[in-house]
Design a protein around this ligand. Structure first.
Ligand code: ZN
Ligand code: ZN
Length: 359
């Protein structure tokens, strides 16, 4: 990872925001800028210095991982941050949303009265919006493990198998193949449970004539994959087939439109208009997608409210769905990279209608 390039981006942000220093506490932002993979610490960025602070549990780890000018230990976080800010002789300080209120109160009450604090929202995460070649490689590796893991467990999909058995086998397969962790609690939602967009695997058994939605991903060196497949267990009704075809077409149209310069709200509209035209508007309640990287849900937001515009290097999901209570649901999700020429789909499992053949 090119930490000097990332550091330069943070310094450019300081200039742009007319600040003297940034105080970061969000683990993924800290990891992005200095390589620390632990969960407790603070990173202070000024134009001249990059200082990482953590408590005694993480000092040894930090010394082997962190790329910074200085690594120090604190007993009380606020005191440690104040000492660094004082030594840097800064005045205007940006701090991240998510800094614990207690720590912030400490900084404000015990720090210099001349300090001006500016609350930052998405500015710091925006540093991570455009992925480098290394990052894209890791996301692609994670996506490759999705395909390999799913291919391995595919033969166990049949009527009578428990949703939780599927999620467990899938997690095991991905980790055995090299993933460091699952990306999130795997969703396996079959039959009427498919109408719950976030139905994590339950005790329910797969049954003939149902659809099953499996939403899963893994993590490689901190970077995530996220993908959803929906399959038919034997023959399914015409209605379920129609729902699948509708979601697939909406997904294909939105994916085809991905290119630099298109508003992300427009991608959402492309998928939503098609679903609406087919009569399912009220059954597609969530946004079209989200960015993926060091976090499985990060910027940019892909929804009707999104202000972002697609730019080369962005990686986000396209995941339309239709969820009909009492009937079932379909979601189809891929991760896409915006390239200079258009886009490249990073996830690898085919999304054409697939039937689990009954033996
Ligand atoms: Zn997903
Ligand atoms: Zn997703």
């Amino acid at each position: 990872m090119n930490y000097s390039r990332r550091r330069q981006k943070a310094v450019d942000l300081l200039t742009q925001l007319k600040l003297d220093a940034l105080v970061l506490c969000h683990p993924e932002n800290i990891r992005y800028l200095c390589g620390f993979t632990g969960s407790e610490g603070a990173l202070i960025v000024s134009t001249e210095q990059l200082v990482f602070l953590t408590d005694s549990r993480y000092t040894t780890q930090a010394r082997s991982e962190v790329v910074a000018d200085k690594i120090d230990e604190y007993r009380v976080k606020g005191d440690g941050v104040i000492a660094v800010l004082t030594s840097l002789a800064v005045e205007r300080i940006g701090f991240e949303a998510g800094l614990a209120v207690g720590v912030f109160n400490d900084l404000r009450d015990k720090g210099s009265s001349g300090w001006v604090w500016q609350h930052l929202h998405d500015e710091i995460q925006s540093l991570r919006l455009r992925k480098s070649t290394d990052e894209i490689q890791l996301i692609s590796t994670a996506a490759g493990l999705n395909l390999a893991g799913f291919t391995e467990i595919r033969p166990m999909l049949r009527p009578g198998v428990r949703e939780t058995e599927i999620s467990l086998a899938l997690e095991f397969a991905m980790r055995k193949l090299g993933a460091e962790e699952k990306a999130f609690d795997i969703i396996v939602a079959s039959g009427e449970r498919g109408a719950m967009p976030h139905g994590v695997a339950s005790d329910k058994l797969l049954a003939e004539g149902e659809l099953v939605t499996i939403d899963f991903g893994c993590r490689c060196a901190g970077y995530h994959s996220d993908e959803t497949v929906t399959l038919a267990v034997g023959d399914v009704s015409d209605e379920l087939r129609r729902i699948y075809a509708t979601v697939l077409e909406a997904h294909d149209r939105a994916l085809a439109a991905v290119a630099p310069g298109i508003a992300l709200s427009e991608l959402d509209r492309v998928a939503r208009d098609y679903i609406s035209a087919c009569g399912y508007a009220e059954y597609f309640g969530h946004g079209l997608g989200h960015g993926v990287g060091l976090e499985v849900h990060e910027g940019p937001v892909v929804s009707s409210r999104s202000k972002a515009v697609a730019d080369a290097g962005m990686v986000f999901t396209v995941e339309p769905g239709i969820y009909v209570p009492g009937v079932g649901g379909v979601r189809i999700e891929d991760m896409v990279l915006v390239t200079a020429e258009g886009h490249r789909v990073l996830t690898k499992i085919p999304k054409t209608f697939q039937t689990i053949l009954l033996r």
